[in-house]
Write a protein of this length. Sequence first.
Length: 267
Amino acid sequence: MSRIEKRFADLKTQGRTALVPFVTAGDPEPEVSVPLMHAMVQAGADLIELGVPFSDPIADGPVIQRASERALAHHVSLHDVLNMVRRFREQDSETPVVLMGYLNPIEVMGYGNFADHARAAGVDGALVVDVPPEESHDLVISLREAGLDLVYLLAPTSTEERIRKIGSVASGFVYYVSVKGVTGAGHLDVDTVAEKLAVIRRQIALPVGVGFGIKDSQTAARVAALSDAVIVGSAIVGRMEELADTPERIPEAVSAFLRELRAGIDG
């Protein structure tokens, strides 16, 4: 059983919904990331989605695009991100970590090398935004051989056929993008999310996390009542951006926000 699978199984037994924060590794400077990861766990995070900085993050809105730019200004690479996870694992052997990013850095490293290095560092899975299931065979094989999960996105426009196809290759959990557009865009309609989750669950047995558009504890609570995980990114990264000039304040500021979300989710 993978760390991700175990975490969701434990939460289901407890009748709880996972809180999954997203941050970009190296934002606003590399020294912040590992202490921030520990602080988020202390504040109630059940899994961590760690963004790999990329020069052309096509699925991300301006807030997370700027986070990548800040990290890349410090030359943060995929190797650096793996080293951050390795340092995180020196104190935390239980919290699942999923890398979120784009294919190019993985292709440069090589699928097998990436999978081996990610496993050695303590990574549990990857969400590679720009790899559709039709083109993921080699990556899926490499990750499975290393015992890592490959998480996929589902959209409001995903057909039942598409959902089934993704369900045939995904593992760990699936990530439902609750609004059309990039991260940070749009208004989340919880009733529409509920209808789509019912369709997804008829096709996929994996846990379903919901992200995009969750900006406060009230919305988090409503989504938690429907899903297996509440995923929050832009609302966190935006707070980090406001404190980019005083990075020592970031762990506590993010923790305070996560504690609000956690209270709403556990309601």
